[in-house]
Design a binder for this molecule. Structure first.
Ligand SMILES: Nc1ncnc2c1ncn2[C@@H]1O[C@H](COP(=O)(O)OP(=O)(O)OP(=O)(O)O)[C@@H](O)[C@H]1O
Length: 372
């Protein structure tokens, strides 16, 4: 078991475009992590570099502070579970689970003990003597997972979208199972997915990837509350954060003659940044609909309202942007025009796509070398 450190890790398949930009990151030993991002952001590339299937163009992968770049996948002792189950159909479940241990020349009683333990953990005990080919896709995927879990010597287990072939109603069960296994075995687990719900149910902390970079690493709650990049705001949440591009004019932020009043400290901060790429963001949950226009309210045309069980999503056109507002299941909303307030506590300010918090600006500027 090991902590995994990425040090200035980058990868290009063609020597021109970089699938991974320079990554610096640490996954602590024993943590349950998710790597979340859209298709093509570099998740599989990163996983294959960690497991040793791919050699990075630049930088290092360290297991417990030891560089493993030159080690083969076997030498790294990484177990990898892929989208599609990797099982020997002609073997029984027991033989499949025992296979990695037989390769290690473990003695027979020990193999039996280990296989029985993992089978019990994965609810496979009743199927131990059945041929793998007779089992359903989710049982086969459980065997794939089991083959990684039986070995005591694994440094970490990497899951690459392991629930893709699983029936939707069984996905939740299997996710819970993985979480339970993680708690019991204390192995470093990295779970790759493009599904935020999967990431949040499995992981204690999530690394959000975008265009070859880890743009934020944190708990599911922190990603929701304080997305530090506009992409995270948009990608996390259902629907994601609303954004509007604004201009700093004198003492206010504005867009098409609409002014957004902000704390004075924010305006000072913006004046210091000197960038023209400024966005305001707010989550659909945090917009407050009011019955009548007020001095501090904004208005938008309603496009449609969706009833989604315990809440409704109101889709509006706000200054040529499509915005979403989340309201209660029984809350009334005028189907043509809506008035709403944007509480300052929930407004987030982004410069050059990154979150700006006035009080931390000095530190950010030092770290990132300014915003100019
Ligand atoms: N073998 C390869 N040769 C060339 N380019 C590749 C190769 N594999 C991936 N890429 C490119 O590298 C980038 C990252 O791909 P990668 O498969 O790592 O992303 P991903 O986030 O895992 O996507 P997905 O969720 O679709 O699997 C993409 O632009 C992809 O086209």
């Amino acid at each position: 078991m090991a902590s995994i450190t990425l040090r200035q890790l980058a990868h290009s398949y063609d020597g021109i475009n970089y699938a991974l930009q320079s990554l610096d990151h640490v996954w602590q030993q024993g943590g349950a992590y998710a790597l979340l991002g859209p298709s093509g952001c570099g998740k599989s590339t990163l996983l294959n570099i960690i497991s040793g299937l791919l050699e990075p163009s630049n930088g290092e992968v360290l297991f417990d502070d030891v560089c493993v770049n030159k080690l083969t996948p076997q030498q790294r002792n990484i177990a990898q579970v892929f989208q599609f189950p990797v099982v020997y159909d002609a073997m029984t479940v027991r033989e499949n689970l025992a296979f990695p241990l037989e390769n290690m020349r473990m003695d027979k009683p020990q193999i039996k003990r280990k296989v029985d333990q993992i089978a019990a953990l994965l609810d496979l005990t009743n199927n131990l003597d059945r041929k793998a080919k007779s089992l359903s896709a989710d049982d086969k995927q459980k065997i794939s997972m089991g083959r990684g879990l039986v070995r005591d010597d694994v440094s970490a287990i990497l899951f690459d979208e392991p629930l893709t072939v699983i029936d939707p109603h069984l996905k939740w069960k299997l996710r819970r199972k993985l979480k339970e296994i993680h708690e019991r075995l204390n192995i470093t687990m990295v779970y790759v997915t493009h599904d935020q719900l999967e990431a949040a149910t499995f992981a204690d902390e999530i690394a959000v990837m975008y265009q070859g970079k880890i743009v934020q690493f944190g708990t599911p709650q922190s990603l929701f509350d304080k997305p530090n990049h506009t992409f995270v705001g948009y990608f996390i949440g259902s629907p994601g954060m609303n954004f509007i591009a604004v201009n700093l004019k004198g003492e206010a932020l504005s867009q098409q003659n609409t002014r957004f009043s902000l704390k004075a400290s924010w305006l000072d901060t913006l004046a210091e940044c000197g960038s023209g790429n400024i966005k305001l963001g707010i989550r659909p949950e945090h917009i407050r609909i009011v019955e009548q226009p007020t001095d501090t309210s904004y208005s938008a045309e309603v496009e449609f309202i969706e009833q989604l069980g315990d809440h409704q999503i109101v889709t509006v056109q706000f200054m040529q942007q499509r915005w979403h507002i989340r309201i209660g299941e029984n809350q009334f909303c005028d189907p043509t025009q809506v008035h709403f307030e944007l509480p300052q506590t929930y407004l987030r300010l982004y410069v050059d796509e990154y979150l700006i918090e006035p009080e931390s600006l000095a530190a950010d500027k030092t770290r990132q070398g300014g915003y100019g």
